[in-house]
Write a protein that binds this ligand. Structure first.
Ligand SMILES: CC(C)(COP(=O)(O)OP(=O)(O)OC[C@H]1O[C@@H](n2cnc3c(N)ncnc32)[C@H](O)[C@@H]1OP(=O)(O)O)[C@@H](O)C(=O)NCCC(=O)NCCS
Length: 203
């Protein structure tokens, strides 16, 4: 193994050699994968399996959307004319990989992307049928807008749309937020699915 002298070299090594996803825009402490102490770096690999969700037993989505609307947050489908703004926002907040996946959602004949807005600003997004057919994700909420139920409303909106186009189950692709999805929609882990389709990632 090459000698890895900087944090950047180390993270590049993690990204290229392990196929595990890593978002460089998030504070490292939030990712729980890197421990930086006295110039030594320790890799803590968190598996990122796919999860399965029953679309025929989803919690009610409307109440979540209405509750947020009363607080000035709109959850709605993304429109074609705002594609450039949404993709740029996703890239700025979550990196180029998720921006690419979001771009694909705009190529679907029914745009498969929901967004959250507040005061005409984007607060979050969620895509489906992007990374692969039947896959939910990626999804992200602006750091300053978290813990207000926006993620759950985006998640339920996208899953509800997947149910309406005929899917019985959805697959949440390669996630480390397993507990979040378990709690929100009763997701279960698909055995042996990490790294799943996220193999041989380009440098
Ligand atoms: C995961 C994410 C979308 C949740 O958005 P959010 O709007 O904050 O979520 P909600 O408000 O619906 O839910 C917040 C609750 O989920 C919990 N939660 C958030 N992220 C969690 C995680 N990774 N694991 C477990 N619980 C989590 C919060 O502690 C909070 O709990 P509480 O209701 O008991 O207080 C957001 O944290 C995010 O963008 N994270 C970075 C990107 C990401 O990981 N995306 C998902 C993988 S594709």
């Amino acid at each position: 193994m090459d000698k890895l002298e900087t944090l950047e070299q180390f993270l590049e090594f993690v990204k290229v050699k392990t196929s595990f996803k890593y978002s460089h825009t998030l504070p490292l402490s939030h990712q729980g994968r890197v421990d930086s102490k006295e110039k030594s770096l320790t890799l803590i690999i968190i598996p990122m399996p796919d999860l399965l969700v029953k679309l025929y037993e989803l919690p009610d989505v409307r109440s979540h959307i209405d509750e947020l609307q009363q607080k000035g947050v709109n959850i709605r489908k993304a429109m074609a004319y705002e594609k450039h703004q949404i993709i740029e926002w996703v890239e700025d907040n979550f990196g180029p990989g998720w921006a690419s996946e979001c771009d694909v959602a705009f190529g679907n004949s029914r745009i498969s992307c929901f967004i959250a807005t507040e005061n005409n600003n984007i607060m979050g997004f969620a895509c489906y049928d992007s990374t692969a057919k039947n896959f939910f994700g990626p999804m992200g909420v602006a750091v300053q807008a978290r813990n207000r139920g926006i993620g759950k409303a985006l998640l339920l909106s996208a899953l509800d749309a997947m149910s309406h186009i005929g899917y019985a189950y959805a697959i949440i692709g390669g996630t480390e937020s397993i507990e979040y999805y378990k709690k929100a929609v009763g997701a279960i882990e698909i055995p042996g699915s990490s790294p799943g389709i996220y193999k041989d990632k380009l440098k």
